[in-house]
Design a protein around this ligand. Structure first.
Ligand code: IPM
Ligand code: MG
Length: 369
């Protein structure tokens, strides 16, 4: 069997802890299912700044290009608050996304039955929730030019960022959303602020164009992003797939994550366009950040990172069955009342990051019996 090349970038904060559990699950899959991963590990974010003075070393980027996919933990922390803006930990992550052309960020928000009471919303609102946010990831205000902080003649300062989208950037992410919707409930809600922004008007027109010409069978609605934020807490199950730009997607996906009980549960996949060899560049990461306040304390929930690895199994390696096996193992562990601190509830057993990982491996083992 050909090796599956994975580059692991644990990063900062709780990144290394949660990624350690992924490595254990990978080792289990190697051993018990003969899957054959070829794993390399490297630095990104603050850890890379400490070692190389830059948050993404050129050699790391080359290794990322050569791998079938990248698994990333998290970047950032107060330790690097004072480094130059262009080399801050987050810049390494943004450069990876941009350089690998990962324009489509898939963020599923799925409420596990065992966690309906962990959500800050009422159980009847989140029970059965299964939505997918498709966030544009390499354009918009995150990368738009001009940008910067300038000093004006009167000595005051001006900060500038530019929200910019082209036809091509909007169409390609819209296609991803429509294609994924066809595999689900065939409904797409496109979000922008066409009432205030020209880029929003273009977004709406282009998404409509892609819909009318290529995906007329999918139901398309448009919604202002602020209304979407409100609807997500009012009635989140009205959504199937939400497609939106980089900045709105950043905000709405954090909000959607919280519906599921904890940010510690939400995985993501960032995908690019198929190359000539038929390979799709891909990076998988949990939506939660580096959580420096709990780093190194064995309190972190590894499930978002494990589910991100599950997305890698499904999208990069065509191992949907093994992705399902992992998801079911996680579901069973939750059903038996095992919880990390972030999803702890009365009467449940609170465990460390490592014990959560071990429990999941035990359930994986049981799935073979
Ligand atoms: C995310 C994060 C990043 C973003 C940060 C760490 C740069 O919040 O992946 O949602 O804003 O995209
Ligand atoms: Mg974010």
């Amino acid at each position: 069997m050909s090796a599956r090349k994975v580059l692991i970038l644990p990063g900062d904060g709780i990144g290394p802890e949660v990624m350690r559990e992924v490595r254990r699950v990978m080792a289990w899959m190697d051993r018990s299912l003969s899957i054959g991963f070829e794993v390399e590990e490297d630095l990104v974010g603050g850890a890379a700044i400490d070692a190389h003075g830059t948050s993404l070393a050129p050699a790391t980027l080359e290794r990322a290009r050569a791998a079938d996919c990248v698994l990333l933990g998290a970047v950032g922390g107060p330790k690097w608050d004072k480094v130059a803006f262009n080399i801050r930990p987050e810049a390494g992550l943004l450069a990876l996304r941009k350089e690998l052309g990962l324009f489509a960020n898939l963020r599923p928000a799925l409420c596990f039955e065992a966690l309906v009471d962990a959500s800050s919303l009422k159980p009847e609102i989140v029970r059965g929730l299964d939505i997918l946010i498709v966030r544009e990831l390499t354009g918009g205000v995150y990368f738009g030019e001009p940008r910067g902080i300038e000093t004006l003649p009167d000595g005051s300062r001006r900060g500038v960022n530019t929200q910019v989208y082209t036809t091509g950037e909007i169409r390609r992410v819209a296609r991803v959303a429509f294609e994924l919707a066809r595999l689900r409930s065939s409904r797409v809600t496109s979000c922008e602020k066409a009432n205030v922004m020209e880029s929003g008007i273009l977004w709406r027109e282009e998404v409509t164009h892609v819909h009318d010409t290529e995906f007329p069978d999918v139901k398309l609605d448009h919604m202002y992003a602020d209304n979407c934020a409100m609807q997500l807490v009012k009635n989140p199950r009205q959504f199937d797939v939400i497609v939106t730009d980089n900045l709105f997607g950043d905000v709405l996906s954090d909000e959607a994550a919280m519906l599921t009980g904890s940010l510690g549960m939400l995985p993501s996949a960032s995908l690019g366009a198929k190359d000539a060899a038929g390979r799709i560049p891909a990076l998988y990461e949990p939506v939660h950040g580096s959580a420096p306040d709990i780093a190194g304390k064995e309190l972190a929930n590894p499930i978002a990172t494990l589910l991100s690895f599950g997305m890698a199994l499904r999208y990069s390696f065509g191992l949907g069955e093994e992705a399902d096996r992992l998801a079911h193992a996680i579901e069973r562990v939750l059903a038996t009342g095992i919880r990390t601190a972030d999803i702890m509830q009365p009467g449940m057993a609170k465990v460390s990051t490592a014990v959560m990982g071990e429990s999941i491996i035990r359930e994986l083992e049981a799935s073979l019996a």
